[in-house]
Design a protein around this ligand. Structure first.
Ligand code: ATP
Ligand code: MG
Length: 560
């Protein structure tokens, strides 16, 4: 589904001003720079949609670049999943899939240029010592005893670092800036560390690896990025990126910071998501309760609804929490238009129409989408024995209960008006069957005499029903902000114990035997459901509830 043009935002205003002044000759070139150390989540999706959307809007370019500068935590599995997710979200990087590790030689040469200019030095302090020398925001740091090494000595040591002569952690290359600088990031930050580890693309070619702060701005510069968009925590690093680029005299992208996207009742930290997967609180990265892009996809979210959500929620300079129901509503708005209606009974109660012939079956014409006449109708078989939802029957009805109750007429959607005459119960007194009579003059559901029937319920013919597993997913966290913890509390204590209910045998109308894995339906009166792409098969469908029909957050938030 095509999204309308997104609303303007402060980043677009900056780009408009740059285009007006000719700062980048009217070029707009953005990127998404993930570290391949986990699966993407809804926060990353925001960044992808924002960056690729800007490129599309300004007829510019968008790069996907892996920031693979840390050999320890990176894996091909993550690279593959990220590429898939970015494409699925509509991030069109064409042939511009890049890896920061391909720039290692260029970065090394530039580092050597700074060494030779007396602007970087090899330091022998340990990580702990470096931290102690760094000082604190209110208190200046102290110069490293190695700060005044000669250029010749630094050139020699840096080369030998690269050649693998020194042990991990024994030395770093540091920028020579100012240990008393009010911005701690400017206090001689490390540029390279020694790590003898195999890199997923470079193998054992390198045993020194660039630090994020050294590498990141260079990557953007190399690729000719115009607007380097990142989250707020990098604002304090911008002077350092600027310093590196100015010292080298290379092309200078413009960094712009925006507030991280946080959504209520979700956690979006790779570390925490990894913990949920590793400790088996969920079935994997793509568990439909996960806020990962692959989890949302398996839940049944569409890429266009995520884009609509991002456009709607906008971009901000101020951190805040977006409500999860805004995300869900973006999806409902889309599925309301696009998802065909079908009938399914999740918690069945047998209904027997005593005056309907036992050997008879009819086909009822049922509307596929009341909002879309072009969607037409389908045939749904009807017979003497039916299933309805347990909830739609009450032997002792509360006030204003218009569904099935003894002596009251109710409409079966697109079928007949029926009336409950009696019930059968088991030894424990539970209703096992409801006996009804049907009015043969009401085929299609309307009474020719015009009598008003207030309640309409859905149904499935028992002998034609298709049994299927249906999984009802709910929020993984009950607390609005699961990261808001008391001392000593773990975020997992805020997990929702009822986030998954598996119904082993729901009854579906038989047309769903043809449901392709990955297709979406509205189960009438129940919600939107998605044929699980991994577990569903034509003829033996498995459905995930994507979202309920109405917003139920008011109730859940009261519980929290
Ligand atoms: P995490 O904190 O989950 O580990 P990260 O920021 O370290 O995420 P990266 O792989 O570095 O993960 O992220 C790639 C890009 O996604 C970065 O440009 C980052 O700014 C952006 N990003 C990450 N999380 C969010 C978020 N919640 N909202 C918007 N953008 C985000
Ligand atoms: Mg990061």
């Amino acid at each position: 589904m095509e999204n309308p043009e997104p609303k303007s935002n402060f980043i677009r205003e900056i780009i408009d001003a740059d285009n007006a002044s000719g700062k980048f000759q009217g070029r707009v070139h953005t990127r998404f720079p993930p570290e391949p150390n986990g699966y993407l989540h809804i926060g990353h999706a925001t960044s992808i949609i924002l960056n690729s959307g800007l490129a599309r809007h300004y007829k510019g370019k968008f790069n996907l670049r892996f920031d693979d500068t840390n050999p320890a935590k990176e894996e091909q599995e993550y690279v593959d999943s990220i590429v898939e997710d970015v494409k699925w979200l509509g991030g069109d990087f064409e042939d511009r899939l890049f890896f920061a590790s391909d720039y290692f030689q260029q970065m090394y040469d530039w580092a050597m240029q700074l060494v030779k200019a007396g602007k970087a030095y090899v330091c022998d302090l340990s990580a702990d010592e470096m931290r102690a020398y760094r000082g604190s925001p209110g208190e200046p740091g102290k110069n490293s005893p190695f700060r005044d090494r000669t250029i010749e000595e630094n050139v020699n040591l840096f080369e030998r670092m690269k050649n693998g002569e020194f042990a991990d952690g024994s030395r770093t290359l540091r920028a020579k800036i100012d240990m008393a600088h009010p911005n701690i990031n400017m206090r001689d930050p490390a540029m390279y560390r020694i790590v003898h580890a195999e890199h997923h693309r470079q193998g054992n070619k390198w045993c020194i690896y660039p630090m994020y702060d050294w590498a990141h701005g260079l990557e953007d510069s190399i690729e000719g990025i115009t607007h380097s968009i990142c989250t707020l925590e990098f604002a304090d690093h911008r002077p350092l990126y600027d310093w590196f680029i100015d010292q080298l005299g290379i092309y200078h992208p413009q960094q712009i910071e925006f507030a991280r996207r946080t959504i209520s009742n979700m956690v979006t930290s790779k570390r925490k998501l990894l913990e949920l997967v590793k400790d088996k609180h969920v079935s994997g990265w793509d568990d439909p309760r996960m806020p990962t892009v692959c989890g949302l996809r398996r839940r049944g979210y569409t890429a266009s609804s995520l884009r609509a959500f991002c456009d709607d929620a906008g971009i901000s300079k101020v951190p805040g929490i977006s409500d999860i129901w805004v995300l869900e509503n973006a999806l409902r708005n889309e599925l309301n238009v696009s998802a065909p209606r079908v009938m399914a009974v999740l918690k069945p109660l047998k209904v027997i129409l005593d005056n309907y012939p036992a050997d008879k079956a009819e086909e009822m014409d049922v509307v596929n989408n009341p909002g879309d006449p072009a969607a037409g109708t389908r045939k749904v078989p009807f017979s003497r024995e039916l299933y309805i939802e347990q909830d739609d029957f009450k032997e002792v009805p509360p006030k204003k209960f218009f569904r099935m109750t003894p002596g009251q007429e109710v409409r079966l959607r697109a079928a007949y008006i029926i009336k409950c005459e009696s019930v059968a119960k088991d030894a424990a007194g539970n209703v096992t069957e409801v006996h009804c009579t049907y009015d043969p003059a009401t085929k299609g559901g309307d009474a020719p005499d015009g009598r008003k029937i207030k309640g309409t319920i859905h149904w499935v013919s028992a002998k034609h029903a298709l049994p299927a597993q249906v999984r009802l997913y709910d929020a993984l966290f009950t607390k609005r902000n699961p990261d808001d913890l008391e001392e000593g509390q773990d975020f997992k204590e805020n997990m929702n114990p009822n986030s998954l209910e598996v119904i082993e045998k729901a009854y579906l109308e038989p047309s769903l035997a043809k449901a392709e894995p990955g297709s979406r339906f509205q189960f009438e009166r129940l919600g939107y459901f998605f044929a699980d792409p991994k577990d569903s098969r034509p003829g033996a469908p498995v459905f995930n509830r994507t979202v309920t029909l109405k917003d139920t957050w008011a109730k859940i938030e009261q519980k929290a």
